[in-house]
Design a protein around this ligand. Structure first.
Ligand SMILES: [Zn+2]
Length: 433
């Protein structure tokens, strides 16, 4: 197999920006990064002027559907971690990715949840401590990449579940509603999603409700307590995956005709099921909540709490791949530098996932990279222009992937998350007067 070299005005190796360097690829691996002047004359060099070459991005929080695969690749996302799906179905997809124009797939199996679970088609329902431990053992035995606890897990199940998971060599990620992040952290979890549970820690006697509480004028008076909670989270070495793109989507889908470009690629029914009725007032409540959540995430960033980029697509009607770029720009708004944001979707993510072959461009890493127009060290574009993508040594043209993505096979309706969205939608419409 012959080697090829790839260079751009700037190369981000997962840690820092380099200039006048080329990435050497052989078969499915990066074999070196070397100075352009040292490049052997017999190695063909592909140059990308005006661009930044980055490791393939990792979306650490999403729920896989087959139609998403080419879109992720088109936006330079070469790895995804599915954070809740039907176990047998997602394991099948994880086996298939090398033969498809998809990102590589990691998965946490089903949402381990109480009874009845919030999302029955993608959950494993638990009734007591014994079944909680058995659920972790059963999921771990399927060789998943981590364990996910969902929102109605009883507080006393968390510690036995994390002990069982850690004994199997797997980290535990959780929606910490309603017990709070600190209680879940003391019970041993490794990562928390969506900033869920923070309200219970910051403002235990808050007014009833959930969403409006974030934007409540009195929420700002909890600032000292917010700092204490952020200190405690940092001291526990927890990892935050705030999915700010999901928070952001919740006001956007309440304006008229939301996401005109995204809708072109998403199955129309699925978009309708995940969107909402236009509602300016509720949209404004979501926007205030998002700003409060972003400020709290900023406190975590000040304390160096490791933060991973995750989009939560397809929830909120957001587009696979493009929504991860929105997440990166929202993380910059919350306080990360552009380089820090890129790390959250590359090296920081790979370190947490214990996948040293991902998220970096260095000897021995997977041949996964993306070439993006502009200087990403200066600015993260919310709508990036992708020039080329390589996944596992295979090159893809982003525009060809986007064109292919305009047609979605009707079988998407048989997939677990399609059935889940359809059921939620049917219940919502039946409840309407
Ligand atoms: Zn999710």
């Amino acid at each position: 197999m012959t080697a090829t070299a790839h260079t751009a005005d700037r190369v981000f190796d997962g840690e820092r920006i380099l200039e006048n360097q080329a990435v050497l690829i052989e078969d499915k691996a990066v074999t070196d990064i070397i100075a352009l002047g040292d490049l052997p004359a017999d190695i063909p060099l592909q140059q990308y002027p005006g661009c930044t070459l980055i490791p393939g991005l990792i979306d650490t929080h999403m729920h896989f559907m087959r139609w998403q695969g080419p879109l992720f690749l088109a936006y330079g996302v070469t790895s995804v971690r599915d954070t809740g799906n039907d176990l047998a179905w997602i394991l099948q997809c994880r086996d298939e990715w090398p033969q498809k124009p998809w990102p590589r797939i990691l998965c946490l199996g089903p949402l381990l949840d109480g009874t009845p679970p919030g999302h029955a088609f993608v959950a494993h329902a638990i009734t007591d401590t014994d079944s909680a431990v058995a659920a972790v053992q059963q999921t771990a035995a399927a060789a998943v990449d981590g364990i996910k606890l969902y929102a109605s897990i009883a507080a006393e199940w968390i510690a036995p579940m994390t002990e069982t998971s850690h004994a199997a060599g797997l980290k535990v990620s959780m929606h910490c509603l309603p017990h709070g992040v600190l209680a879940a952290g003391r019970a041993g979890i490794d990562e928390f999603y969506h900033l869920d549970g923070i309200l219970a820690d910051i403002w235990p006697d808050h007014p009833p409700g959930w969403l409006a509480v974030w934007g409540d004028p009195d929420f700002d008076k909890t600032w000292d307590r917010q700092r204490e909670v952020a200190d405690a989270i940092a001291a526990m070495h927890l990892v935050s995956t705030p999915t700010l793109a999901y928070w952001d989507s919740q006001w956007r889908i309440r304006v008229a005709e939301p996401f005109p470009e995204e809708r072109q690629y998403m199955p129309a029914d699925l978009f309708q099921w995940s969107a909402a009725e236009p509602d300016a007032e509720l949209g404004a409540v979501w926007q205030r909540a998002q700003q409060a959540a972003s400020r709290f995430q900023g406190l975590l960033l000040e304390r160096q709490v490791p933060t991973l980029a995750g989009s939560d697509t397809p929830c909120g009607g957001i587009l696979p791949g493009q929504s991860l770029w929105r997440e990166l720009s929202l993380l910059v708004t919350a306080g990360l530098s552009p380089i820090g944001a890129l790390r959250s979707a590359t090296s920081t993510a790979a370190d947490f996932l214990e996948r040293p072959e991902l998220g970096r461009l260095q000897k021995g890493c997977a041949a996964d990279f993306a070439v993006v127009r502009g200087d990403l060290g200066q600015q993260i574009p919310e709508r990036p222009e992708l020039v080329s993508v390589m996944r596992d040594g295979t090159s893809y043209a982003p525009n060809a992937l986007l064109q292919a993505a305009e047609t979605v096979a009707p079988s998407w309706r048989d997939e677990p998350w399609a059935r889940q969205f359809a059921e939620h939608w049917a219940k919502r419409t039946a409840a309407r007067p």
